[in-house]
Design a binder for this molecule. Sequence first.
Ligand code: FCB
Length: 482
Amino acid sequence: MPPASDYRDHGLEFPPEFVIGSATASYQIEGAAREDGRGPSIWDTFSHTPGKVWNGDTGDVADDHYHRWESDLDLMAELGLQSYRFSIAWPRIQPGGKGAINPAGVAFYSRLVDGLLERGIRPIATLYHWDLPQELEDAGGWPARDTAYRFAEYAARTAEALGDRVHTWTTLNEPWCSAYLGYGSGAHAPGRTDGAAALAAVHHLNLAHGLAVQELRREASNDPDVSITLNFHVIRGDDDTSPEAKRRIDALANRAFTHPILRGEYPADLLEDTAGVTDWSFVRAGDLAEINQPIDVLGVNYYSTVTVRMWDGVSPRSTNDGHKDMGGSPWPGSRDVEFLPQAGPYTAMGWNIAPDGLEELLLSLKEQFPQQPLLITENGAAFDDVVTVTDAGKRVHDDERVDYLVRHFAAAHRAMQQGVDLRGYQVWSLLDNFEWGYGYSKRFGIVRVDYDTQERILKDSALWLRELIATRRLPASPLAER
Ligand code: FCB
């Protein structure tokens, strides 16, 4: 990591139109899992299956945001957020994933959107952050083509209801996770371990995105921005075999999504690498044209890098790519790629802190897709926070999280100086929340949540973000001051 003094110069300024806010997702914060007609999702089933989630944690109650939405909105206003990225739970809108909408579910999000607008905060709504209605999984899930059409219908109904007020729509959050962790490694819901199913899921998620973009444009009346959020893999490695390993992981992780979506084609090397797993016959004539819809912004989630080489077939092999990979290998067709330990420092997730990876990623996206505006839809860090009780109340001095954010905002700023058309930055996450397979053991919030009392405590990172938004200048890291 560069010496702290590199980060002291905070002449760095962000223009007013650079939208700074924070992000969450429905299953991670809402709770109220069985209220107001919400149907079960794959994450309800998965988290209630013994052994799948740390400590047996579930999203049944989470941050109880479903009941506390109004005070949570006040908190966002207190921080001066310009935007709030949240996700809509499909099983609240259509409990079984198809047919008539559930008015109570729509009403919840309608109140939320109105509440944001009243407070001058832009709503960025994600249609799918992993809570697939269980009935659709029972009918085949994402490996089944019909799920893409069901998603398009859900997108249309939701846009009809909220499309006069939402500023930016994101179709899918990180389809990489849905496909490869959900159906490949089994680390995420629904927990299947079938490489061919994972690749079929990749295609049907891409198709779902393309169909939903068209529905959003048809049904939303306020000419919204439409986007998708991808978790790009920034891939490193300096072994002789690393270039080949990099190419393979880049194909599966990055180009399997960017190329159909932004170029209307699947990369030839992806099809070749995975030929032993599937013949891709689920790609039908006309699908790529449906997928290849112009999008207003491309959502970028970035946390850390990966380092790879090809496995020599002899030495003990590491398949853990370090990102939520608590199951088997999520890489169909490239199981002979090896993921290597990376230099620290690390967050509490064990993820390496590499802000230069964000700069590199943004520059590489600019080079590959020069006309495509970008938006950071997630970046942030988990650390083991400590609550300090002072006369002035409870505080969390999360200097490491602030330092992480300073370094990554500075990296984004460097990329913008080099011509990247970056429209904004959504910090993950507003609240500590249900971190998927890790349950409540990992805290990403800039606001601490006491899960016993549901008390919210602003961490120093929240105060730091408030200052950044208010002044438009990057405040220095507390660690740089030492
Ligand atoms: C991303 C997810 C988000 C959260 C962060 C830490 O992969 O989109 O829900 O879990 O990681």
